[in-house]
Design a binder for this molecule. Structure first.
Ligand SMILES: Nc1ncnc2c1ncn2[C@@H]1O[C@H](COP(=O)(O)OP(=O)(O)OP(=O)(O)O)[C@@H](O)[C@H]1O
Ligand SMILES: [Zn+2]
Length: 768
């Protein structure tokens, strides 16, 4: 008897046995096929065929039958291997990982399918034998389509001088077209992350503002604008081109200072890769950066299959790109979720700004994008290129050990010079002013000259800490161990971790007074201060409170680029990737922010942020200056910052990490334990947890630290504990975790009912 093993893409994420679908030979069914299967008495759900085997036994009567085969296959065997690798590496459930990384549309049973241009209802196919038989016939002949591509239409502006129009979506479409000349309907949907833009397009067309036209020939041909690499770019690009040509798996690091022209090296390699008929991915750490890069490259490179991809595209758009990329050489420019597309002949993976922490996914399933692309590149004999002005110290170390080929671009492209960096000591100053006198004078000077300034302050809101004036109590979030931030504009207090919000003034929970003192400042207060001091200029602000949409983010940046504001103040959002022409002064108000976090990566993170910020200053002929305020000028950290000496900093940091046993010298695993505050058995559980940790620690090759309360002990109404594992082998860490979990389950202090959550976070980026 033939049995088909299927992974369910929905809860309970099991692997179950089924009989093949009626009228289908098992030999017609491929591994990786998507199928609809019955589950329990009434449910039907979607799964992926893992294997087909022959069983001697006669348990046929107990097995249910697959009710409908869909894409045959949806994913390839190499895709399976990737998920298998992830489930081993991250000690997770195969089906759950697969379900998480596939576009969510594949977890649902489709409602319609197409045969030729005719549409059929899946309900009907499932309920009528005649329709089912006909469906299977076409399915076998590969004539069934699960997606209809109706978006081969392009849109452009008719009248370039339109300004304000009514309707948010309409306005957003017009703004997009102003930047891009021509876009396809799919691209507009992608960027606005909206599926229904048709009525807005329709209205705009009727109002005579845009033209919608059919793409005539499918311009499959690849071409690019003429460009000339400078000598350093050329030598580096040629070396890697050689790797592409010989289809070898190699990892390279491009350490190029800000403004050195890394993008043109990428451009050159992407073009070569596509010319060879292979696919490529260019990853960026944030949606806005990915979109900026997509627009930039589309102007330089013309090819039909260049797509912008991120996790929050509309479902149908994700599905469309998924299908196309499985059988066509494509170039994907996107964020980390792009790596789970089923690439056809993958030849090149570029990870830009490779040091950024958002390459680590910490929701749903935990994974490190860089580990997965390493696996993918190896599997496909592809070139993996990591690029950054401030590489991750681990990458830097690996390159120095000879495991990664390293290339350096140490000069800005053209004539521009990196800015001069001046660190200002605030130590003995008793001033309550936000700016030191020296910086304030400099600021006034630059404003008078009509040049632009960016000010970095990594804290939003008006004021981050509020004390009760009567009893000294700080006002905290009721669900988190975090101070509430005062926001003046809406006169409220907010928790920046869980979103909790109350009107100001609150009542002190200790003494019931409602008189408060404020401490510290956020971007909102700095903006207010500057507006008072410089009433005649425009001051713009860029932080999460202002930027509620991607569109707004762009709007502020563009307005600043056009010179409509002279000062831009913001959180780390303003530090990455932007190419401002007229900024000659950068200011960092609180250079120490984050430096004292109980996290071994704190210094590295701050250094990277500061270098990125400096990269935005003086990008044209006029050399810029960056002033940084600190209360700890004595730290040698600041010498490295002033000299822009990233390599020196890395070397010193590596010494410290070696001394205290931190990566790259050991591997870190963090077991995150959390449970509700009112859980009655928490004491019993914690006792047992501590006991078990001690027992397993005896045979553990490495160190076990904890369980201890996490630095943020109370968050989202849950208590949190950490167990930190240090070992030379990842496998030791995984084994420790699995043994601990199994034992706690056996002892029944951990139940499957999820009162307690136990998560293994390998190489944690945040240990707060
Ligand atoms: N070969 C080239 N031909 C023409 N212009 C170039 C070339 N290389 C770089 N440039 C220009 O130099 C500037 C800096 O290049 P690019 O943006 O690629 O730098 P980057 O290394 O990516 O910097 P960052 O890390 O700050 O993003 C850009 O304005 C870019 O257009
Ligand atoms: Zn909170």
């Amino acid at each position: 008897m033939d049995v088909v093993k299927v992974f369910l893409l929905n809860s309970p994420y099991l692997k179950l046995d089924y009989l093949p679908p009626l009228e289908v030979q098992v030999s017609d069914l491929k591994i990786g096929s998507r199928v609809v299967v019955p589950l329990g008495k009434k449910r039907i759900c979607v799964g992926i065929v893992q294997s087909i085997c022959f069983l001697d036994s006669d348990c046929e009567f107990n097995l249910k039958r697959i009710v409908l085969p869909l894409e045959n296959p949806l994913i390839s065997e190499t895709y399976f291997k990737l998920i298998e690798d992830m489930s081993k590496r991250y000690a997770g459930n195969f089906a759950q990982i697969l379900s998480n990384v596939l576009p969510s549309i594949f977890k649902k049973i489709p409602r319609k399918i197409w045969i030729g241009s005719k549409v059929y209802s899946v309900d009907k196919i499932l309920s009528s034998d005649v329709d089912y038989t006909r469906y299977i016939t076409y399915w076998r002949e590969k004539k069934v389509y699960f997606f209809k591509d109706s978006d081969n239409f392009l849109v452009k502006l008719k009248n370039k001088s339109v300004k304000k129009i009514r309707g948010k979506i309409k306005q957003a479409i017009i703004d997009l077209l102003k930047e891009n000349n021509v876009l396809s309907i799919s691209e507009i949907k992608s960027f606005l992350a909206k599926k229904n833009i048709y009525s807005s397009l329709d209205k705009l067309e009727r109002e005579g503002l845009i033209v919608i036209f059919k793409e005539k020939t499918l311009q499959n041909r690849l071409s690019s604008v003429e460009y000339k690499l400078n000598n350093s770019q050329y030598n580096i690009a040629k070396e890697m081109e050689q790797v592409l040509t010989t289809h070898k798996f190699e990892t390279h690091l491009l350490h190029g200072i800000t403004g050195s022209g890394k993008t043109f090296v990428y451009l050159h390699l992407l073009k070569k890769c596509l010319e060879q008929g292979k696919s490529a991915i260019l990853l960026l750490p944030e949606v806005a950066l990915a979109w900026g890069m997509f627009q930039r490259l589309k102007k330089l490179l013309s090819y039909k299959h260049i797509y912008f991809y991120t996790g929050n595209l509309p479902d149908l758009e994700k599905q469309r790109i998924f299908y196309i990329s499985s059988h066509t050489p494509t170039l994907i420019i996107g964020t980390r979720s792009s790596i789970f597309l089923p690439f056809y002949k993958l030849g090149l993976i570029i990870v830009d700004e490779e040091h950024v922490e958002s390459y680590k996914q910490e929701q749903g399933i935990y994974y490190q994008t860089k580990e997965i692309v390493y696996f993918l590149a190896k599997q496909n004999n592809a070139l993996l290129l990591l690029g950054s002005a401030t590489p991750d110290i681990k990458t830097f170390y690996s390159a120095n050990q000879g495991n990664i080929f390293k290339h350096t671009l140490d000069k800005r492209f053209g004539l521009s010079l990196p800015p001069k960096i001046i660190v200002i000591d605030l130590k003995n100053k008793q001033n309550k002013d936000i700016f030191s006198q020296k910086i304030f004078d400099k600021l006034s000077d630059v404003i008078t000259k009509g040049e632009q300034v960016i000010i970095l302050h990594n804290r939003r809101g008006y004021c981050p800490i509020l004390y009760c004036s009567s009893c000294g109590n700080t006002i905290k979030c009721p669900s988190c161990d975090i101070s509430l931030t005062y926001h003046k504009k809406n006169n409220s207090l907010m928790c920046h971790y869980c979103g909790f919000k109350i009107k100001f003034p609150p009542i002190c929970s200790v003494c019931e007074s409602s008189n408060f003192s404020f401490y510290g400042e956020g971007t909102e207060k700095i903006e207010e201060f500057l507006k008072k001091k410089f009433p005649n200029i425009t001051i713009l602000r860029l932080d999460k409170d202002i930027v509620q949409s991607r569109h707004k983010f762009k709007e502020i940046l563009q307005s600043f680029e056009r010179g409509e504001g002279q000062v831009l103040i913001g959180t780390q959002m303003l530090s990455k990737g932007h190419d401002f022409a007229n900024v000659t002064l950068g200011i960092v108000l609180d250079g120490d922010l984050g430096l004292n976090f109980p996290d071994y990566r704190a210094r590295e993170r701050l250094f990277q942020l500061l270098v990125q910020l400096c990269g935005r200053v003086g990008r044209r002929d006029k050399r810029g200056e960056v002033y940084i305020q600190t209360r700890n000028k004595a730290l040698d950290f600041w010498n490295f910052v002033e000299n822009g000496d990233y390599i020196g900093f890395c070397k010193q940091e590596l010494k410290k990490r070696k001394l205290f046993d931190y990566p790259p010298f050991v591997n870190l695993g963090l077991i995150r334990v959390s449970f509700a505050r009112d859980w009655e058995e928490k004491d019993v559980f914690l006792d047992e947890l501590t006991k078990q940790c001690l027992i397993f620690a005896k045979n553990f090759e490495g160190k076990v630290l904890g369980p201890v309360p996490a630095p943020i002990y109370y968050l989202h109404s849950k208590y949190r504990y950490h167990i930190l594992l240090k070992s030379l082998q990842w496998s030791n860490i995984r084994t420790f975790f699995l043994n601990l979990k199994t034992n706690l389950l056996d002892k029944r202090v951990l139940s499957k009912k999820r009162q307690v959550q136990l998560i293994l976070d390998l190489d944690p980026v945040s240990i707060l």
